[in-house]
Design a protein around this ligand. Structure first.
Ligand SMILES: *Cc1c(COP(=O)(O)O)cnc(C)c1O
Length: 365
């Protein structure tokens, strides 16, 4: 069986370091907001080129707390994409704001800056682009729009750890950004975890309180906050992987380019790199009109594949009422044709060749 991600091979490389770190943590018995969380936050801030990094319990929490810290709340509109994981829009709902879904670029699948501009109303307070599948959204254009219209830019970086635009890391450009360390992400923990980053001292101070019951000083609570801390054990694992993240992302890019080389002449669209930033291939996602046949052939050969995402958010039951009448032609078309293939930092060339061979067998027949 070839899985979407092979986490076991990656673990084998860091096993000693992780086991030692976990053993030390257990011996120290300092489990909440311990030294590894603090060190990981510092190391992330340095790697990402931001002033502040605050570990939280998940990527979903990272987005939720980012919106709160930037003052987004009831009655506000937040422009975002419908072609994403639901957590992007859930976070907007949690703060009482309304997600306004706009269409995407047909080549990169990222939110369209033109569509954003058309959707701005007097109620718009923020824009939340997703760097989908690891490819940076067009933040140069989007940041310009946000400045012009006085909107907060909050980046969903849950799929883009290590991706960059003109040498700047995703997450370092907006007012705030949320990252996820869900195990299958480019930087993945052994459980849930997340991170909020910002260059604003004020937002960072609020985030420090929000993620730890609203307190700066223990048992003194200035605001109502949450229990959303990055776990000390997860921080041990994440520190080992952060050291190697560029190597992991290079391996993903190499794998993606090999797929594209092997599949390039077939009747499908391989992922498009717009050259605006460095794509870190959280997913390798192609477009294919004969998706069902390809999926069946892969499944018959015990090769995993997946549709990210089969139902755009404006068509989900959870948003049915508030999105009545909303149509997003590009998003809806892509959702019918997209197919993601196995990719991870440890995927081997012969595996990619085998997968490409099965797809060729279907499409050249
Ligand atoms: C994974 C993901 C999230 C949520 O992250 P969790 O850590 O699972 O809460 C949010 N947005 C996008 C685009 C994601 O891929």
């Amino acid at each position: 069986m070839i899985p979407m991600v092979n986490l076991k091979a990656q673990y084998a490389e860091i096993r000693e370091e992780v086991e030692q770190g976990l053993a030390e943590t257990i011996a120290r018995c300092s489990f909440i907001l311990g030294p590894n969380v603090q060190a990981f936050e510092r190391e992330c801030a340095e790697y990402l080129g931001v002033k502040h990094a605050i570990g939280v319990a998940s990527g979903t929490d990272a987005l939720h707390l980012s919106l709160l810290a930037e003052g987004i709340g009831a009655g506000d509109e937040v422009i975002t994409t419908a072609f994403t994981f639901i957590a992007t829009a859930e976070a907007i709902k949690y703060v009482g704001a309304r997600p306004v879904f706009v269409d995407i670029d047909p080549k990169t699948f990222n939110i369209s800056p033109e569509a954003i501009e058309q959707a701005i109303t007097p109620l718009t307070k923020a824009v939340m682009p997703v760097h989908l599948f690891g490819q940076p959204a067009d933040l140069t254009a989007i940041a310009g729009l946000c400045e012009k219209h006085n909107l907060k830019l909050i980046e969903d970086c849950c799929q883009s750890f290590g991706a960059s635009i003109n040498g700047k890391q995703t997450g370092s450009i907006g007012h705030a950004a949320g990252f996820s360390f869900f195990p299958s992400k480019n930087l993945g923990a052994f459980g849930d975890g997340g991170l909020v980053v910002t260059n604003s001292d004020q937002a960072a101070e609020t985030l420090q309180m929000l993620h730890n019951h609203g307190s700066k000083v223990r048992y003194y609570h200035d605001i109502i906050g949450y229990n959303s801390r990055l776990d000390e054990m997860q921080a041990v694992i994440l520190r080992a992987k952060l050291k190697r993240i560029d190597q992991y992302n290079r391996a993903r890019r190499r794998a993606a380019h090999l797929y594209s080389e092997l599949l390039g002449d077939l009747p499908l669209a391989t992922p498009y790199e717009d050259g605006l930033g460095v794509h870190v291939y959280h997913q390798y996602t192609l477009l294919c009109d004969r998706r069902d046949e390809v999926m069946k052939a892969l499944q018959d050969q015990q090769i995993a594949c997946a549709v990210y995402y089969p139902v755009p958010l404006h068509q989900q039951n959870a948003f049915k009422e508030e999105c009545a009448g909303v149509t997003l032609p590009v998003t809806e078309d892509i959702a019918c044709r997209c197919l993601s293939l196995p990719i991870c930092s440890s995927i081997e060339d012969h595996t990619i060749k085998e997968i490409a061979g099965v797809i060729r067998g279907v499409l050249s027949a």
